[in-house]
Design a protein around this ligand. Structure first.
Ligand SMILES: [Zn+2]
Length: 610
């Protein structure tokens, strides 16, 4: 008996080790040897190759014909592909454990190499842009057919590029200018502490912990956490207003210097979209704000409240089942969700697990949040998340694996230069994957509560990405308009603009604490250099995928190859072109309204379920 027990216990230990191993990714596949000296050698080799590439082509691009241009782009792609695994190994190892001394060293070495190579290669886009603007026919040359859109994008950026010296100066200016504001804002958030009473005890907590309290089931605590954080942010309004004023005025000046017609065009070009599409998208958001307010009222009802307060937005629904999922249950559910859609995609999802490309283990030193890093030379991807066994973790996993599927498809179909998917299209696989999981989970829920929890989860995410992010877009637009009108942006003025932008979206569906007028101060994006109008791609992606999902519901299996084609295209076509192939015109409000219709169907389902 004793013997048997021992054996069983032994088996259990082996099983636990196997489970733990299963949740830790295997990065050794990225490199020929994990020996850190040999990795450092590879980084040096990469630098040497970049130098020799620059030695061969710098100053020579103007004289290249179409055939030699193709050879140059291929040589560049191949160079990056050859060292992709090494670079990735250094970065991913550090994200997984920043306390690991070897990881720290390799990450630092890889970052240095990365920056040095960017500088070494900077001449290519400048010279290529010049050549293309003088010989635009090259973009259509049959030898370069595969790179057509890559070249079109360089050509679109070209009129706004400065000389090499000016570009270097701009980088330097940002490093100690906007970069310093960005660092100040992030240091403020990461070093300030807040005093708050929890269960009768006074605690002093950092910002990250305070944010966690926004999701507490205790409403009073949620309220006090919000009040404390934003009151303190407001006390330093003079800092945030100075920073934002400087960032926006710098952007206006740089936009003029770069000959952009307005402050938004730089971001439109970077995201490969047109102004008309974004205007239609935002018009649809404004027109449908009532739909979001309808959801907010339902959420109030589900929380037994007459009206939601801002501190209820991130709160869990009371009386909902707190269902837990093990790692293998997650694997099973997500696999099944994707299998309902397509066998090939499901087999790749399975491969992500069997080849241990997902890091789910919770550990000290691991970066917060989740991401997917595509591994193009390996025709696969790596996913990182901290798996806490909750439903939200399943959705995160489905989301990141959707990104991985995107990488599986475009890395098989495209050259490296066509794998730079912009923000508007990059979320297509991921958000679609979340909807597939929602559909699968809804199909097997037995209780009303479980169903409500899933539907509320979908709408919380949609409301955040489509509507609340739009309020930030409206604020950003207003900031530039105000500067152009010659107004002075002090803290109270920006706060007033923010309240107006927010109310356009939420109407009277939410009671706001007064201090929430300082909400704009905590978004790091506003202070990052060269990141103006970062917001609308989230809205774009959300409604784009909802419109696609609606098409899937209408067309069934016939839609599957269409989605795969979109994902396999990578950045070889613009989002507008990809939509046109499906018969959609992204410049029209009618297209974006399709996405809203799908969102409304989820609300109706929620209302029927209550
Ligand atoms: Zn994503």
């Amino acid at each position: 008996m004793l013997h048997l027990n021992k054996k069983l216990r032994g088996k259990r230990v082996i099983w636990l080790i196997a489970m733990a191993k299963e949740m830790v990714w295997d990065l050794s596949q990225l490199v020929a040897s994990t020996d850190s000296a040999s990795i450092q050698k590879q980084l040096k080799l990469m630098m040497a190759e970049a130098k020799s590439f620059a030695g061969r082509y710098r100053g020579e691009i103007a004289g290249l014909d179409a055939e030699n241009l193709r050879k140059m782009i291929e040589a560049k792609d191949n160079m990056y592909l050859r060292f992709e695994g090494t670079m990735k190994y250094c970065f991913l190892m550090y994200y997984a454990d920043s306390t690991n001394a070897v990881a720290k060293q390799l990450n630092e070495a890889a970052r240095k190499t990365h920056t040095a190579i960017r500088q070494e290669m900077a001449f290519m886009d400048i010279e290529l842009g010049r050549l293309l603007s003088e010989n635009p026919f090259l973009v259509r040359a049959p030898e370069l057919a595969e790179y057509r859109h890559y070249l079109e994008r360089i050509l679109r950026r070209e009129p706004h590029m400065l000389s090499e010296t000016e570009e270097r100066l701009a980088l330097l200016k940002d490093k100690n200018g906007i970069g310093a504001w960005e660092m100040l804002q992030s240091d403020w958030l990461s070093t300030r502490t807040f005093d708050i009473e929890i269960d009768g005890e006074m605690k002093t907590l950092p910002y990250g912990k305070m944010v966690g309290l926004y999701q507490s089931p205790n409403r009073d605590l949620r309220m006090r956490a919000n009040q404390t954080v934003y009151e303190n942010l407001g006390k330093d309004e003079i800092i945030w207003a100075s920073a934002l004023r400087a960032v926006c005025e710098d952007h206006i000046q740089m936009s003029k210097l770069r000959k952009y017609p307005d402050p938004i065009t730089q971001s439109l070009i970077a995201n490969d979209v047109d102004k008309q599409a974004i205007e239609s998208l935002m018009a649809v958001i404004k027109k449908n704000a009532g739909l979001y307010q309808r959801y907010l009222r339902i959420k109030a009802q589900l929380m037994d409240l007459p009206k939601l307060a801002n501190y209820d937005l991130a709160a869990p629904l009371p009386k909902m089942p707190d269902k837990k999922y093990t790692w293998s249950e997650a694997r099973e559910e997500i696999g099944a969700a994707y299998k309902r859609f397509d066998d090939e995609i499901a087999s790749w999802i399975e491969e992500m697990f069997t080849r241990r490309h997902i890091d789910g283990e919770i550990r000290k030193g691991k970066t917060a949040g989740a991401f997917c890093s595509s591994w193009i030379s390996g025709k696969s991807a790596f996913v990182l998340q901290s798996f806490n066994n909750r439903m939200g973790d399943l959705f995160t996993q489905a989301h990141e694996l959707g990104h991985a599927i995107h990488a599986y498809l475009y890395s098989r179909a495209q050259k490296l230069s066509n794998c730079e998917t912009g923000s508007c299209i990059a979320e297509t696989g991921s958000i679609f994957g979340e909807l597939l999981l929602a559909e699968h989970l809804l199909s097997k829920t037995r209780t009303k509560e479980e169903k409500l929890a899933i539907l509320a989860y979908i709408w919380d995410e949609f409301g955040l990405a489509a509507f609340q992010v739009s309020a930030r877009f409206f604020l950003e637009k207003e900031l530039y308009a105000s500067i152009e009108r010659g107004e002075f942006l002090d803290g109270e003025t920006i706060a007033k603009m923010w309240v107006e932008a927010r109310d356009k979206i939420c109407g009277d569906a939410i009671d706001w604490l007064d201090v929430m007028k300082w909400q704009w101060t905590k978004s790091p994006h506003y202070y990052i250099a060269n990141y103006r109008f970062y917001n609308y791609p989230y809205v774009y992606a959300q409604l784009f995928v909802y419109a696609l999902y609606k098409l899937y519901k209408e067309q069934g299996k016939g839609f599957v190859p269409k989605l795969k084609r979109i994902l396999a295209a990578g950045s070889s076509k613009s989002p507008a072109e990809l939509s046109a192939e499906l018969g959609f015109d992204v410049t029209t409000e009618a297209f974006w309204q399709k996405g809203m219709e799908q969102a409304e169907q989820f609300i109706s389902l929620l209302e029927e379920t209550i």
